[in-house]
Design a protein around this ligand. Structure first.
Ligand SMILES: NC(=O)C1=CN([C@@H]2O[C@H](COP(=O)(O)OP(=O)(O)OC[C@H]3O[C@@H](n4cnc5c(N)ncnc54)[C@H](OP(=O)(O)O)[C@@H]3O)[C@@H](O)[C@H]2O)C=CC1
Ligand SMILES: CC1=C(/C=C/C(C)=C/C=C/C(C)=C/C=O)C(C)(C)CCC1
Length: 336
């Protein structure tokens, strides 16, 4: 009995040590801001949606370290200011962008209100951007909602499709002029491998006939990829590129709508700590696509872990991509 207990304890200890080793043995994903790259983004303005949390927040930190002026497009000013304060302390521990040896020439951080579940909010945000910002070098469409219960946006769209696809669709279209006048410029779209389980049902884009929260998330992430590929086609010859990525499975607040009973929460936390990427690891592909000279001129491609990956045929279907574009224009009211 005693030997059995000791063996079980040893196995548990071994397991914990193995998990800890996995977490602390560095990720193989390249980190661009280390070494001589600290000024790579100096003079460049980057807009990141949903930059107060998770991947967006980590992407903001990395791009700030590379010297960018980072605009955080966030729906809740209070949460955004709090995150901005933390980011400033993290990136500039000595007090300001230009103070101290650790600053590395780091850029500037600005918070602007943007609620992607409201077309009028997207419109006023873009109006403010066009009035106040002389240039926009990189747009990162990162904000997202995951598997929420059925709800509608202010304009009557199913929430996941409305925020993850339509809100960003309008945002990108209204900022295209600024991106073109700042060319060479880049658009980076954060999708997910879960796009594989979605399809675009043009008969029921708002899921009024039936709602499956997993399927609707996947549909919105497939829409992100089709949008990227159609936009890349439309932007040929403009020096504005657009690429899409999946970040892997990352420990962020995205799972907020998943209900886990309190008692098993610690187990889930342990598993996510051990096996999920950190936000910093998950953000590397977005940082890479936003800043690396390696992807200059590359457009319409799908990336994971800073490498191009293959897409399923349904994500490369040009006629579906065109149809989705046309319907999205009507839905957000920008049909010319
Ligand atoms: N985490 C993962 O494993 C994966 C994530 N992704 C994608 O990564 C992206 C970032 O998610 P992640 O960092 O994980 O999750 P988080 O929940 O940590 O961050 C999501 C961000 O989106 C913002 N957001 C949500 N709704 C709106 C809205 N209506 N208007 C403006 N901003 C909004 C959130 O704001 P607020 O804090 O105010 O709610 C938050 O800042 C998403 O597109 C997601 O689909 C893809 C694959 C895997
Ligand atoms: C981190 C974490 C959770 C899980 C989140 C998950 C599982 C998110 C998965 C997101 C994916 C796969 C998105 C793909 O696009 C829980 C269990 C809610 C609570 C404990 C902390």
């Amino acid at each position: 009995m005693a030997a059995g207990t000791a063996a079980a304890l040893l196995a548990a200890l071994g397991g914990i040590l193995w998990l800890a080793a996995r977490r602390f043995v560095g990720s193989s994903v390249q980190r661009l801001h280390q070494g001589g790259d600290s000024g790579l983004m100096r003079g460049k303005t980057v807009l990141i949606t949903g930059a107060n949390s998770g991947l967006g927040r980590a992407t903001a930190a990395e791009l700030l370290r590379l010297g960018a002026r980072v605009i955080m497009g966030c729906r809740d000013r209070e949460r955004a200011e709090e995150a901005a304060g933390q980011l400033r302390r993290e990136v500039w521990p000595t007090g300001g962008p230009d103070s101290g040896p650790t600053s590395g020439g780091a850029g500037e951080l600005v918070v602007k209100e943007l609620d992607l579940s409201s077309l009028s909010s997207v419109r006023s945000f873009c109006q403010e951007m066009l009035q106040e910002e002389p240039r926009l070098d990189v747009l990162i469409n990162n904000a997202g909602v995951f598997q929420c219960p059925y709800m509608k946006t202010e304009d009557g769209f199913e929430m996941q499709f409305g925020v993850n696809h339509l809100g960003h669709f309008l945002l990108t279209n209204l900022l295209l002029g600024l991106l073109k006048s700042s060319a060479p410029s880049r658009i980076v779209v954060v999708s997910s491998k879960l796009y594989k389980y979605g399809d675009i049902n043009f008969e029921d884009l708002n899921s009024e006939q039936s709602y499956n929260k997993s399927f609707c998330y996947s549909r919105s992430k497939l829409a992100n990829i089709l949008f990227t590929r159609e936009l890349a086609r439309r932007l040929e010859g403009t020096s504005v590129t657009v690429n899409v990525l999946h970040p892997g499975i990352v420990r962020t607040n995205l799972g907020r709508h998943i209900h886990i009973p309190l008692l098993v929460r610690p187990l889930f936390n342990l598993v996510s700590w051990a096996f999920f990427k950190t936000p910093e690891e998950g953000a590397q592909t977005a940082v890479y696509l936003a800043s690396s000279p390696e992807v200059e001129g590359v457009s319409g491609k799908y990336f994971g872990d800073c490498k191009e990956e293959e897409l399923l045929p349904k994500a490369m279907d040009e006629s579906v991509a065109r149809k989705l574009w046309d319907i999205s224009e009507v839905m957000v009211g920008i049909l010319k």
